[in-house]
Write a protein of this length. Structure first.
Length: 276
């Protein structure tokens, strides 16, 4: 199983937390962890030792600055917005599929079924976040002019068909789009505007559960998607928003304590990995 992340030194422990949760709950035997980084991570060696302890292989992926010589780069549009969109240009050519994950997610059930999703006719697989109304979805379709897409996809969990992406996703097209449009969430807007028609939908209640919206999930499922249901069935919890579970000092949500447990164990393992 190939896993992809993009972090800086502020997110080393969060990455370790995600990896620990994946290892604890996924039946795959081999994991290759690719981490896109602009500068070599200060704790890169520790992270490599941590991965080794989990039976995973760590692969640092260094950004090539020449890739962005024609890119619109400003304070609003730093080079980091391009990393997941152009990951296929950075990753080894012999990789065919990879799962990109934001570092603020937690895996609580087996990832294998998501990873095995058939992408034959698609560039990506992703989830549209659930809501009580489709008002935001309509606004996004008007804003991005992608009326044929199923909805507005969240790019925090993104299964990539690298062979197809290498053929169809071109840097100059992305750069031109960003240069000519005002965007709210640049990389996510580009993904939806240019490639939304080529994304396979997967259910967010399973693979990109927004932990802020427990009540909404229960309401639209007529009471089925309770906390017990989530613990048994949901694969990926996504801690969206500003109140990240590693920052809050009180239990501010249903799944904060669950995250803090994995975070605590990851911190301990990172410390012992530093001593190796």
């Amino acid at each position: 199983m190939n896993l992809l992340f993009s972090i800086d030194d502020h997110y080393t422990t969060q990455l370790a937390t995600v990896l620990l949760s994946i290892k604890a709950n996924t039946t795959a035997r081999n994991f290759d962890v690719y981490v896109i980084q602009k500068q070599p991570l200060q704790q890169g060696d520790i992270l490599a030792a941590f991965c080794q302890r989990l039976g995973m292989t760590y692969h640092p992926v260094m950004v090539k600055n020449e890739m962005f010589k024609d890119a619109p780069v400003t304070d609003r549009y730093p080079t980091t917005i391009y990393y997941r969109l152009l990951a296929h240009k950075l990753l080894p050519a012999n990789l065919h599929k990879i799962l990109y994950l934001d570092a603020d997610v937690l895996c609580i059930n087996d990832l294998t079924r998501l990873y095995a999703t058939d992408l034959s006719d698609y560039l990506y697989a992703s989830a549209i976040h659930t809501g009580l109304t489709n008002t935001t979805e309509v606004i996004n379709k008007i804003r991005l002019q992608n009326f044929d897409a199923d909805g507005y996809y969240n790019s925090g969990v993104l299964l990539m068909n690298l062979d197809a992406i290498r053929q169809r996703v071109q840097p100059n097209v992305i750069f031109d789009y960003i240069r000519n449009h005002v965007l709210f969430l640049p990389d996510q807007d580009v993904l939806n505007a240019l490639y939304g028609r080529n994304i396979k939908s997967v259910p967010d209640e399973l693979y990109n559960y927004d932990t802020r919206k427990g009540q909404i999930y229960e309401t639209i499922s007529f009471g089925e998607w309770t906390t017990d249901w989530v613990i048994k069935n949901t694969v990926i919890l996504h801690y969206c928003g500003r109140d990240k579970p590693w920052l809050v000092k009180k239990n501010s949500g249903r799944y904060t304590a669950l995250y803090k447990h994995y975070y605590h164990v990851a911190q301990r393992l990172l410390k012992t990995s530093q001593q190796l």
